[in-house]
Ligand binder design. Structure first.
Ligand code: RP5
Length: 162
């Protein structure tokens, strides 16, 4: 199976990334994570993206906060699909990172998930890999069934809570 490559702009983004790696682990998807910044270590961020396909990655996740150009910078250097996670910083409640990540000019797409959306980034990465992996697709189907059952269990108990 292809690996998921994860890049975060700073180790301060780790709580968001942990949600992604926990989800990938639960699905049995291999991942590799790095701290590479688009502005502090641009050469390393570029090299990771340029070599990602040859290094066995099938999809990349890039997480950053503030003026979050990491996902776009990674996407500029690979044609692997890139999923961007805007991370909430100290100001503006993550709107700065959301707009920086999602508003990519035409030609270099970044599939942006919600602010701090680590779990959904992992699920989307797994769904991309599952296009060519029937076992992984079955795991994703099973998770959807489990999630639906959990909601229906809440529905069954809601009257007692009111
Ligand atoms: C971004 O700046 C990082 O992705 C992080 O979200 C934010 C703050 O980084 P630190 O100052 O905490 O290293 O590049």
């Amino acid at each position: 199976m292809k690996k998921v490559g994860i890049v975060m702009g700073s180790d301060s983004d780790l709580p968001v990334i942990k949600k992604a790696t926990d989800m990938l682990d639960s699905l049995g998807v291999a991942w590799e994570a790095h701290v590479y910044s688009a502005h502090r270590t641009p050469a390393q961020a570029r090299d990771f993206a340029v070599n990602a396909r040859a290094n066995g990655f099938g999809v990349l996740i890039a997480a950053a906060g503030m003026a979050a150009h990491l996902a776009g910078a990674v996407a500029a250097n690979t044609t692997l699909p890139v999923i961007g996670i805007p991370c909430q910083g100290a100001c503006l409640e993550g709107l700065d990172a959301l707009l920086s990540t999602v508003q990519m000019p035409s030609g270099i797409p970044v599939a942006t998930v919600a602010v701090n959306g680590g779990a959904n980034a992992a699920l989307l990465a797994a769904q991309i890999l599952a296009v060519e992996d029937a076992l992984l697709a079955a795991k994703l189907d099973a998770k959807r069934r489990e999630d639906a059952a959990a909601v229906l269990a809440k529905d069954a108990g809601i009257a007692e809570k009111l």
